[in-house]
Write a protein that binds this ligand. Structure first.
Ligand SMILES: Nc1nc2c(ncn2[C@@H]2O[C@H](COP(=O)(O)OP(=O)(O)OP(=O)(O)O)[C@@H](O)[C@H]2O)c(=O)[nH]1
Length: 517
């Protein structure tokens, strides 16, 4: 029998040939120029954009075409002559489609570099032939490696400025090789190029007859890289609960972080530990028999289980950890340094919990990836750190699952992203403890679902959840006495009540026709 899957078989095929790569390196190594050339030569630039770039190049740069303008899209960048954010570019050749994250080389932009590299399966490291391997090159290569990138292309650029010297190239190869011994890479390919003149980018260079390897485009078109997305372990972080799809409809919406799910699969919901079976996989284009990462779907379960945002659905025989503390590699991105013991917000998949840093186990020296002791991390520093969580999360180890193995750290005072973390170890808490940590919540039922609401309340109480039950009858006798039921004041009073009660750690089952959301 043919399973009715996502009707985009074509899309799947297209995905096979999609290579996402990130550029990395130091400031002015020529990344933007190189990408500009790749886009230009593969005819991926619109005519009008090309015309304006040519005009700008002539008037402001005194040259025929400045390729870096293709990616330096922002006006302020043009004026300053630097790249200030990650620019995603798309181009394709008959052999492959490419998405490039053009990440900036400036020291303070490690954050964008990490963002750009987090979805890539290959890192294109640019090195200025005149400068050799510098700290930025090492730092960015190390971050790429921490983020799970296993394939590197090192393009030694500006070969035209060193007389296309084989010796210069070989020295840089040896230098990077010595450093890369400490990266957990699968492949490194070295190419001498001139992004400006076009040597070995698309066309083989006549200026470097000593180089016998592939041109950059040739290599990118043919390199074999693993996709990086885990298609084994099904993980579905719930984004929100949708019960607006008609009678009795309750669906859990989100994006499949990893793995595959079929209709009928037996699943467990964390943290409650409740099990059920998938009854429907709903999408905008209709129901599916199966779905896989990274599809956005709504899952329905055979049983009515209390699920809310931040919960995670996985298969019963393949569960993530329930972790109360972690060890993680942290890339610090905030100008305010890490404060040991301070409460930060830890955003892991769709859940947000409070947590703090206990101890820096070691900091990495980006020059040689050696470890040194450190009390805390500052901007751009990378280290392995212990993280204590106020409530459990359901992680995997980063090397096994990028999506459930990573988190970001937010400073609650400034709302700034302070760091990115990659989990290397976790300490499990007992499932009982995890259940107790389920936060107080509001479970809403429309007014005509009194029976279901009361049954839910009974079930929760029976399982030891602290909760109260309210419906319109009770509200009109007490809190909302004299307030017209269809007034805004009435709905607001219900919301206020829910807020006050949940704040004190008690859940509310509310059954009313006058709910705000
Ligand atoms: N001679 C020569 N100059 C180059 C080459 N590649 C880039 N350049 C020049 O080097 C300068 C920096 O190039 P960009 O492409 O803007 O460098 P970038 O790495 O993107 O720099 P940021 O965007 O600031 O991170 C520009 O003036 C380029 O014209 C090359 O192969 N040879």
């Amino acid at each position: 029998m043919l399973l009715k899957g996502p009707d985009s078989l074509i899309e799947q095929n297209q995905n096979i040939d999609l290579l996402r790569f990130a550029t990395a390196g130091s400031v002015d190594d020529g990344k933007s120029t190189l990408i500009g050339r790749l886009l230009y030569d593969s005819k991926s630039i619109f005519e009008d954009q090309l015309n304006s770039i040519k005009t700008f190049s002539k008037t402001h740069r005194n040259q025929e075409i400045d390729y870096s303008l293709v990616t330096d899209g922002l006006k302020s960048e043009r004026e300053q002559g630097i790249t200030i954010d990650v620019a995603y570019r798309f181009f394709s050749t008959p052999k492959r489609r490419f998405i490039i994250a053009d990440t900036p080389g400036h020291e303070q932009y490690t954050k964008n570099m990490a963002t750009g590299a987090s979805n890539a399966s290959l890192a294109l490291i640019l090195i200025d032939a005149r400068n050799g391997v510098v700290t930025q090159t090492k730092r960015h290569s190390f971050i790429s490696s921490l983020l799970g990138i296993r394939n590197f292309v090192v393009a030694v650029n500006k070969m035209d400025l060193v007389d296309y010297s084989e010796e210069v190239f070989e020295n840089i190869v040896s230098e990077f090789n010595a450093f890369a011994d400490k990266l957990s890479e699968e492949s490194i390919y070295y190419i001498p190029i001139s992004a400006l003149k076009g040597d070995n980018v698309i066309e083989r260079s006549e200026n470097m007859p000593w180089y016998k390897g592939s041109t950059l485009l040739d290599y990118l078109e043919n390199v074999n890289v693993s996709g990086g997305r885990n298609l084994t372990d099904f993980r579905f972080p719930v984004q929100y609960v949708n019960w607006g799809g008609g009678d009795d409809f309750r669906g859990y919406c989100g994006t499949i972080a990893s793995g595959v799910v079929h209709k009928g699969d037996k699943v467990r919901v964390l943290p409650s530990g409740k099990t059920s079976h998938i009854s429907r996989i709903v999408t905008y284009d209709g129901d599916l028999d199966y779905a896989f990462a990274p599809m956005a779907v709504t899952l329905c379960l055979e049983d009515d289980i209390d699920i809310s945002r931040g919960d995670l659905i996985a298969k019963v025989d393949d569960l993530p950890a329930i972790a109360g503390s972690l060890e993680a590699n942290i890339v610090w991105m905030d100008s305010a340094p890490m404060e040991i013991g301070k409460d930060y917000l830890i955003k892991h998949t769709t859940s947000m919990v409070k947590g703090n840093f206990g101890e820096v186990l070691h900091e990495f020296d980006p020059d040689d990836i050696s470890m040194r002791s450190s009390k805390f991390l500052s901007l751009n520093e990378i280290g392995k750190v212990k993280v204590e969580l106020k409530k459990p999360i359901f992680p995997d180890i980063y090397s096994e699952n990028k999506f459930t193995g990573s988190f970001i750290v937010i400073d609650p005072l400034t709302n700034q992203t302070a760091a990115a973390g990659m989990i290397s170890k976790y300490h499990q808490v007992s499932p009982d403890k995890a259940c107790k940590a389920v936060k107080a919540r509001v479970i809403r039922y429309p007014g005509d679902k009194k029976e279901e609401a009361q049954a839910d309340y009974d079930r929760l109480s029976m399982h030891g959840t602290h909760c109260i039950y309210v419906d319109d009858d009770l509200l009109q006798e007490t809190l909302c006495k004299g307030i017209p039921a269809d007034s805004e004041q009435y709905s607001e009073a219900i919301e206020d009540l829910c807020k006050i009660v949940t704040r004190s750690g008690v859940s509310v089952v509310v059954c009313s026709d006058h709910l705000n959301s």
